[in-house]
Design a binder for this molecule. Structure first.
Ligand code: RP5
Length: 153
């Protein structure tokens, strides 16, 4: 039987997938079970609502939300779940991702979305695994090993 996903990865468009492969690849390297869904806060709001509002009950512990342009996805997901959200602002052709970054990071007080760099897909996976590692020692160990390997070059 497949493991229950611990991290939910949601993105606004399949056009985000090539960048977000750096995220899913890193989650796989850490052995973190995840689920992936493509749903836009603007184009598929009902799907986003259903997915986000049931995420915690399905066993997810952290959500990674990637979106570009007027990137409201992380904030909308945050509105519907008590889980921590890590946002990934997508680089865009018009404004280079500053549009995504600012619309994702400037959340109102009380509704946080942690935000990595523009196209920071790999860091989102590392950060989500760090959150898991705070309470699940096997993932804490994966992060410790990762940092040790990085320090050794
Ligand atoms: C956002 O709009 C997506 O997250 C994507 O980054 C951007 C452009 O989407 P497409 O027009 O390529 O589907 O919803």
């Amino acid at each position: 039987m497949a493991e229950t996903p611990l991290v939910g990865v949601i993105m606004g468009s399949k056009s985000d997938l090539p960048v977000m492969e750096a995220c899913t690849q890193q989650l796989e390297e850490f052995g973190v079970p995840y689920e992936l869904v493509i749903a836009s806060a603007h184009r598929n709001p009902a799907k986003v609502h259903e997915w986000a509002s049931t995420a915690a009950d399905r066993g997810l512990k952290v959500i990674i939300a990637a979106a570009g342009k007027a990137a409201h996805l992380g904030g909308v997901v945050a509105a519907y779940t008590p889980l921590p959200i890590v946002g990934v602002p997508m680089k865009t052709s018009d404004l280079g991702g500053m549009d995504s970054l600012l619309s994702m990071v400037q959340m109102p007080s009380g509704v946080p979305v942690a935000c990595v760099a523009i196209n920071g897909a790999k860091n989102a996976a590392i950060y989500a695994t760090q959150i898991l590692g705070a309470t699940m020692p096997e993932y804490g160990q994966k992060i410790a090993n990762f940092k040790k390997a990085m320090a050794e070059g």
